[in-house]
Each structure stands twice: as structure tokens, then as C-alpha cells.
Design a protein around this ligand. Structure first.
Ligand SMILES: [Cu+2]
Length: 173
């Protein structure tokens, strides 16, 4: 009788250990899963970003920056959103020549930044187009953008609104 009691006790201890290890395993799994969902595009840095100041009634504007992918895998920027207080929509654009005419086109497949590479979004090339501006873009204010990458990585950036330096510099000549 005593030996039976002893073995039941051992069984309980053993099953308790199994449950403990299962619990540890499942919480570790949940933790890893959670981290994947809040993944920030931390390998991506934004250099020299700004949005170009417009006149107050302007309905479209543009934002420029350079993306530097410091990670070891290529990343694709697939979309951009803009705070609703600023504009109704943001699109990834590129500039193409149609004969002698410069035209802008939406890049619906996004832009891939290779591992270790930099891609410039600049006047006359790729840029972020802001559509449906509420009050234009006032010099000295800020624009908040969310850059969305493949694998649900996101990067929030705050850009200053500035006069186009390249253009005003060019006007001096
Ligand atoms: Cu554009």
C-alpha cells in the first residue's frame, strides 16, 4: 500500500514537470510570435528627409528622402501612408520621360532596396507624392509618414517641411 502511494506521488511529480515544460515552451513560442508582429524596420534608416513646402491652396505635394538598408537582406517598400490631418493619400512615384515631357507614374510594385544599398527618393526621380493636401504644406511644419515594407515591417518617420533647396539654389545662377 505504501509503495503504491509512493509511485502515484512520483507520477504526479512527473506529469507536473511535463506540464511545466509545456507551459514554458508555449509562452516562449507566443513571445516569439508577438515579436514578429511588432517587427520594426530597424535595419532601414532615413537620411535627409523633407517634404517640399507648397502654397496654401496646393492639393499635391512631394516628400523626398534616402533609404539606407543596413540589413543583410533586400527589402521592398510597398506602400506609404500619410497622417490624415495632412493629406488624403500618399503614393510611391517615379518620373519618366515621355518624349520631351517629364511624367510621373505610380510604382505599384514598390521599390526594392538591396542589402547594404541606398535608394534616393528625389526631385526628378522616385518620390513620395502626397495627394489631397488639406492646407498645403507650410514651411516649418512637419509631415508624418508610415513606410510599409514587405513582411509587414513598418517605419514611422517625421519629415520637416522645407523649401526645395535644390531648386532655390538653382535659381541663383
Ligand atoms: Cu509624383
Amino acid at each position: 500500500m505504501l509503495s503504491l502511494f509512493k509511485s502515484i506521488n512520483q507520477l504526479l511529480v512527473a506529469s507536473c514537470l511535463v506540464m511545466l515544460s509545456l507551459f514554458a515552451f508555449s509562452s516562449a513560442y507566443a513571445h516569439g510570435h508577438q515579436e514578429h508582429h511588432v517587427n520594426q524596420a530597424s535595419d532601414m534608416s532615413v537620411i535627409n528627409g523633407y517634404a517640399r513646402a507648397t502654397f496654401p491652396l496646393a492639393k499635391t505635394g512631394a516628400a523626398y528622402f534616402t533609404l539606407h538598408n543596413q540589413g543583410d537582406t533586400a527589402k521592398t517598400l510597398i506602400g506609404v501612408s500619410v497622417s490624415e490631418a495632412t493629406a488624403s493619400e500618399a503614393q510611391i512615384h517615379t518620373t519618366v520621360m515621355d518624349g520631351d515631357v517629364m511624367k510621373m507614374r505610380e510604382l505599384e510594385d514598390g521599390v526594392t532596396i538591396g542589402a547594404g544599398e541606398k535608394v534616393a527618393f528625389e526631385s526628378g526621380g522616385h518620390h513620395i507624392m502626397l495627394l489631397g493636401l488639406r492646407k498645403g504644406l507650410v514651411e516649418g511644419s512637419e509631415v508624418t509618414l508610415t513606410l510599409r515594407f514587405e513582411n509587414s515591417d513598418e517605419l514611422n518617420i517625421v519629415l520637416p517641411v522645407k523649401k526645395d533647396e535644390a531648386k532655390s539654389h538653382h535659381n541663383h545662377h
